[in-house]
Design a protein around this ligand. Structure first.
Ligand SMILES: Cc1cc2nc3c(=O)[nH]c(=O)nc-3n(C[C@H](O)[C@H](O)[C@H](O)COP(=O)(O)OP(=O)(O)OC[C@H]3O[C@@H](n4cnc5c(N)ncnc54)[C@H](O)[C@@H]3O)c2cc1C
Length: 459
């Protein structure tokens, strides 16, 4: 670790998401100090894309809905991510067919594509100014032996899903990305970049305008069934305005509160705690980190990303990067380790990787660095369903939840109102039997992935 170069930090470097710069708070969200109501039709736990979209659609359909959030609205991954809206499932099509048969495999994959289209529709419908651009994505082969696998995916996109896709060979890659570091890439025309925090705030604004209530600083500690109703118990904090603007949940703890509801939706993804053990043992939270560079010269930005694609590569510890929505900075992210790490160490590793891919950034400073948690599941699928007690959940996005979280929230509201659930509803949700041993096993798993990435990695 000590061999890593130390990131060149700009004098105004901040350890917080680039996305929060200049972000105005959502009017009406300051009702956080309002006491939680005693009852509602639906309580939604978690205020990211999943929770807010659920609440928006329920409120539009006339339901009384309360979002409870331990911290401040959007505090979780929904304001910290890479802003890459991708129509992807982590499992490949052949794997899906082998496991679920061709019809269900197609339905699952089509849902991922529908999710991106839903983001597109909501941005227009709610007039959300979030720099959304459907500019496509490029999946880059970090080793020559990854090329055949990427080429074999083309027919899934074109034949199964009717989406333009082609392989960009190594000798023509300069037309797509300013680096010779890759062996080619799969270019898919669907998906693109968004300002994730502005998108989140736009959805929240719409949900509040539609009548949803938000209780910030409310930490759920239990959900219990009592006859035909569910009771959500927790501790509520009265946060001050200063604490609110810093995103801190500190404040004065109020007595325990209870909210009774006909339906409860868990939308806590990687931050799912022990309040529902049935879900907690199925989710593995893993850190993902990002850096933002200082503004770079326009010609440098054009060289790095001439067509404003979303980039990610085939490494197990994948790297993902893009230009900022205004096209002035490089935003670079990656899962640097399965083991707990510090932001400084993750930042140094990200800078080293970014410069190895784009040496033209070797003297560029970093202005922001930050991290958050992604939720891994054993089968790498997101999950949508009900616990044995009838508590509804939508979570487990495996690092790709902007589009899918939006779709799950939207479909969750419909499901509560009697519509069909998405095809994910029938999937078994396997547990992680070793969750308690994870702190011990994660570094071992991490070392294995590192070796896989580096085996012949310099070929
Ligand atoms: C660094 C990073 C980069 C990423 N990049 C991308 C990307 O480019 N594209 C993409 O599609 N996805 C990306 N993701 C993943 C994506 O951000 C998430 O999948 C998505 O935001 C999940 O949204 P959500 O609403 O389900 O959960 P979150 O936004 O995480 O919200 C969950 C909320 O639940 C609250 N909560 C938890 N427990 C309790 C409790 N007991 N009581 C009350 N509230 C509680 C938390 O405080 C949190 O605010 C990235 C994630 C990270 C961390």
């Amino acid at each position: 670790m000590s061999r890593l170069p130390v990131a060149r930090l700009s004098p105004d470097h901040r350890e917080r998401p680039y996305w929060l710069d200049g972000l105005a708070p959502v009017a009406g969200a300051a009702a956080e100090s309002a006491a939680p109501p005693g009852g509602a039709d639906v309580v939604v736990i978690g205020s990211g894309y999943t929770g807010v979209t659920t609440a928006l659609e329920l409120a539009r359909r006339g339901r009384e809905v309360v979002i409870v959030e331990e911290h401040t609205a959007g505090w979780g991954a929904s304001t910290r991510n890479g802003g890459m809206v991708l129509p992807e499932l982590k499992a490949g099509f052949e794997e899906l067919v082998a496991e679920h048969g061709p019809t269900e495999a197609h339905a699952l994959l089509q849902t991922a594509v529908d999710a991106v289209e839903l983001v597109d529709r909501l941005v227009i419908r709610e007039r959300i100014e979030c720099g959304w651009r459907n500019s496509g994505h490029l999946y880059l082969a970090h080793r020559a032996d990854r090329v055949p696998g990427l080429k074999s995916e083309i027919s899934t996109w074109t034949d199964e899903l009717g989406i333009d896709a082609r392989f960009v060979e190594r000798d023509e890659l300069a037309s797509e990305i300013g680096t010779p570091a890759y062996h080619g890439g799969l270019l898919v025309s669907r998906g693109g970049g968004i300002h994730p925090a502005r998108y989140h705030h736009g959805l929240l604004r719409a949900a509040l305008a539609a009548g949803a209530r938000l209780c910030e600083g409310f930490k759920v500690t239990a959900v219990d069934r009592r006859g035909s109703h569910l009771t959500v118990s927790g501790t509520a904090m009265a946060a001050t305005a200063a604490e609110r603007s810093s995103g801190s949940a500190a404040g004065t703890t109020r007595p325990r509160s209870e909210i009774t509801a006909s339906e409860v939706v868990v939308a806590t993804n990687a931050y799912t705690g022990r309040f529902l053990p049935e879900l907690h043992r199925r989710i593995m939270p893993v850190g993902s980190f990002m850096i933002a560079t200082e503004p770079i010269a326009p010609e440098q930005a054009r060289e790095i990303s001439p067509n404003d694609r979303m980039f990610y590569d085939t490494k197990n510890f994948l790297n993902y990067w893009r230009l900022s929505p205004d096209g002035t900075r490089v935003l670079f992210g990656g899962r640097t380790s399965f083991a707990p790490t510090t932001l400084a160490r993750a930042r140094n590793r990200l800078v080293a990787t970014m410069v190895a891919i784009h040496p033209q950034l070797s003297t560029t400073s970093v202005t922001h660095s930050w991290g958050g948690q992604v939720a891994l599941t054993r089968d790498r699928f997101p999950h949508f369903g009900r616990t044995s007690d009838g508590v509804r959940y939508a979570l487990g996005y495996n690092g790709s939840g902007i589009a899918m979280g939006t779709l799950f929230g939207h479909r969750m509201a419909g499901w509560i109102c009697g519509d069909d659930p998405p095809p994910f509803e029938g999937l078994a949700f396997p547990g992680l039997p070793v969750r308690r041993a994870l702190p011990v096993t994660l570094p071992v798993a991490g070392a294995w992935f590192w070796l896989q990435d580096h085996r012949a990695g310099r070929s």
